[in-house]
Design a protein around this ligand. Structure first.
Ligand code: BGC
Length: 764
């Protein structure tokens, strides 16, 4: 696949020179031999130990994080590493650590692993560094994935992850449980913001870029890179009720059409590890599914790396899902399904049960060897056998200015201008502003969960110099120009009368409405409505007649239908990260021309959760007065302070055979008065097909920067895979017939002259 474009964004902060790394001496053949030699020396207990992963709290002197000092507990460490031969540790305490503390923790752990155990096998330490290495106090924290997807610029996904890898490695951490490749098909889901949006192709492209950023081009050059994790395999993002870790019902056609493509792209990009979906699909917990974890993942998709369970999920086959009558049966089920490593995360019962299962002949030692081989190989590949310790040379690089610049650039490119009546934005820097709302003077709603702590709500761990919106705006306009009244908290009214009174003396109101950060089960909500207090605050301010700008800081699209009409301008800021406040102010006052586009369909009604690639039966309001597809804003929507015109959409052929390459070109012109960037989106519509075709499918995109009056021609290539779909037999198929190719408002017709099928095995 090829997309040609005549300019590269972010050239000023490309970090390539930084990634010059030593190439490990041994070839992969030598390494395989070393793995086999080591495996040959290991006892069953030592092997099963490698398959066990415990949390840092399990080897720390107290499990309570906040407010107390973290210390490792040597006795617990020895119990885990020496007695149980544990091969992996993950995560944090309840709090982010300083760099020096991370280095001490990793050093002590590796000292015991390499010096006090019989074979001296290093630990592989894993962490969630999902938008920067946010469990490090002075790390560079980026916008969350949903915002990165809104940039429609793969470079942001790649560069932010290169920096994340570097800062994790500086701590001595070589394994990142990222990126999330779940496709956001249910807006209620509490991990919506962790995804790259609702479209499988966009998720696949951003995910691939993230993996290349984390792992580098060559995993053989490991010292500044980490192993990435494609998670959560597969179908985690589509629980029927929207509630995290509750049942999903996903027919095979849908699984293959919507949820598999990002994982397939990740495997093609060489991702080293996979984490399993905690939930159940069609009544089968994924941790127990041989069909998904072996037949599909290994045999069909050819994944060769390490499969790690999610949190406690092996035992939950017994305790939650009730498909195993005992913990031991749960261990047997998960290992036979295809799990290599169990995130236990506190206990060693997985170890005890698995040893017994092998001794009883219920699981073969060959099956254990397969997993241990993969784990040891990963450790070799990451260079841990050469040097398991933090590389002190990297320490001074953490949080450097060019990393901060990359985080700011990503936030600036993400912010999406959803509405701009009467061209209210950009505001003049001479206006007087009332700033209000729960997102105005607080850091968590700019960062979201997974920020310094799991839920991200403890502001005491945030760096003291991170600016909230109020601080950033006052720095830009001066103290006197910006008045601030809280108005409402996330869920309660505070001082609406004071906000209304303050509005009388200003030129414009900026209301930063916000969702309280929350993720996984703490983030479960009953409906998508924006909390009533915030709606009331905005309505009271709208009644003053003053122009009002809404800034949305959200986990997922909260319904704002009732306050959309009275708001002149609306900015979607997602969770924009540590420089999010600066980026918001830059867009409000015109230092940055917004170029973000929604990576999801913004619903108008809580009960009408639609997707851009909906079917014909959903698209037309017809009889009986029901309202068809009618979102608040469409996928791919986003305004600019300039105007763009699409022209000359050309196909190099109007008819094609399956093996032909279709060359598509389109010209984009900046017809306005400001420089700007536009995400060019190329869609394909199959007009008639044996499975109801979606109205359109995103097939290519690229971001183009243009000066006023400038034009650029963008070229794309499309292949049969881009025109195919999952057919009635659950296999991909290209059917002959008519297609429409679209860019902007332009369309071109294509006729495919012959069919082509591409085989898959049945899954269920
Ligand atoms: C989450 C994973 C995460 C793991 C380790 C789980 O609860 O589902 O995404 O990687 O915890 O923190």
């Amino acid at each position: 696949m090829k997309t040609r474009i005549f300019s590269i964004t972010l050239s000023t902060i490309v970090l390539t020179s930084l990634w010059a790394v030593e190439v490990c001496a041994q070839s992969s053949v030598d390494r395989d031999k070393r793995v086999e030699r080591l495996l040959g020396k290991m006892t069953l207990e030592e092997k099963v130990g490698q398959m066990t992963q415990v949390t840092l709290k399990a080897v720390s002197s107290t499990q309570e994080g906040s407010g107390s000092v973290h210390t490792l507990d040597d006795a617990k460490l020895k119990h885990a590493l020496v007695k149980y031969h544990t091969g992996s540790i993950l995560n944090v305490w309840d709090a982010s650590f300083k760099l020096e503390h991370w280095q001490q923790v990793i050093t002590r752990i590796q000292d015991i692993a390499t010096q006090k155990t019989r074979l001296g096998i290093p630990i592989i330490y894993g962490i969630d560094a999902v938008h920067g290495h946010h469990y490090l106090r002075n790390a560079t924290v980026f916008p969350h994935n949903l915002a990165i997807a809104a940039t429609w610029d793969r470079e942001h996904a790649k560069i932010s992850n290169q920096i994340t890898a570097f800062e994790a490695r500086a701590c001595g951490i070589p394994w990142n449980f990222s990126p999330v490749l779940d496709v956001a098909r249910n807006s209620l889901w509490s991990r919506f913001f962790e995804t790259f949006g609702e479209d499988p192709y966009l998720v696949a492209e951003m995910g691939r870029a993230a993996i290349l950023g984390l792992q580098g081009q060559k995993i053989d050059s490991p010292s500044e890179f980490v192993a990435a994790t494609a998670k959560h395999f597969v179908g985690y993002s589509a629980p029927l009720t929207g509630k995290d870790r509750t049942p999903a019902w996903i027919p095979e056609r849908m699984l293959r059409e919507y949820f598999l493509p990002p994982f397939k792209a990740a495997f093609d990009a060489g991702v080293k590890t996979v984490m399993v979906n905690s939930g159940e699909i069609n009544g089968v917990p994924v941790h127990s599914s041989h069909a998904l974890l072996t037949d599909l993942l290994r045999d069909e998709l050819g994944f060769k790396g390490v499969v790690v369970s999610d949190w406690e999920d092996v035992l939950k086959l017994h305790s939650v899902h009730q498909v195993a009558a005992s913990e031991k049966a749960a261990v047997k089920m998960a290992v036979l399904a295809g799990i290599d490593m169990s995130m236990t995360p506190y206990t060693f019962s997985f170890h005890d049960h698995l040893v017994e299962l092998v001794r009883d002949g219920e699981i073969s030692e060959d099956r254990i060897n397969e997993s241990v081989r993969r784990i040891l190989k990963l450790k070799f590949n990451l260079g841990l056998f050469d040097n398991p310790y933090p590389d002190s040379r990297l320490a001074t690089g953490v949080g450097q200015a060019k990393y901060h610049k990359a985080s700011l650039a990503a936030a600036q490119d993400a912010i999406t201008l959803l509405k701009n009546d009467k061209n209210l934005l950009p505001l003049s820097k001479q206006v007087n502003v009332l700033l209000t709302g729960p997102g105005a003077a607080s850091l968590p709603p700019l960062h979201g969960s997974w920020s310094y702590t799991w839920q991200g709500t403890d502001e005491s761990f945030y760096p003291k110099d991170t600016r909230n919106v109020l601080q950033a705006m006052r720095a830009e306009l001066g103290e006197d120009r910006v008045s601030y009244v809280a108005g409402a908290s996330y869920a309660d009214l505070i001082d609406v009368e004071a906000a209304v009174a303050a509005a009388k003396n200003v030129d414009v109101i900026v209301a930063a409405v916000a969702e309280k950060p929350a993720v996984e089960q703490p983030g479960i909500i009953e409906n998508l409505d924006l909390p009533e207090a915030q709606v009331k605050l905005v309505q009271a301010l709208q009644a003053t007649g003053k122009p009002i700008v809404l800034v949305l800081l959200e986990n997922r699209p909260r319904i704002i239908r009732e306050i959309e009409k009275g708001s002149w301008s609306i900015l979607m800021a997602y969770y924009p990260g540590m420089f999010g406040a600066d980026a918001i102010v830059d867009v409000l006052f015109g230092d940055v021309n917004p170029s973000g586009k929604l990576p999801f369909t913004y619903p108008r009604y809580s009960g009408s959760l639609e997707h851009y690639d909906h079917k014909g039966s959903e698209k037309q309001a017809s009889a009986y007065a029901w309202t068809a597809y009618n979102p608040q804003w469409a996928f791919g929507h986003g305004l600019s302070f300039t105007t763009f015109e699409y022209s000359n959409l050309k196909l190099d052929k109007s008819e094609m055979l399956p093996d032909d390459t279709l060359n598509v070109s389109v010209t984009l012109t900046n017809t306005g008065k400001r420089a700007g960037k536009e995400a060019v989106q190329l869609y394909v519509s199959d007009l008639f097909a044996s499975v109801t075709p979606p109205v359109k499918k995103l097939r290519r995109f690229t971001k183009v920067a243009l000066q006023p009056g400038e034009s650029k021609t963008v070229e794309f290539e499309l292949y049969k895979e881009d025109l195919s779909f999952i057919g009635r037999d659950n296999k991909p198929v290209l059917e002959p017939g008519e297609f429409e190719i679209r860019a902007g408002q332009l369309t071109a017709r294509l006729v495919v002259k012959a069919a082509s099928s591409m085989g898959f095995k049945d899954l269920f």
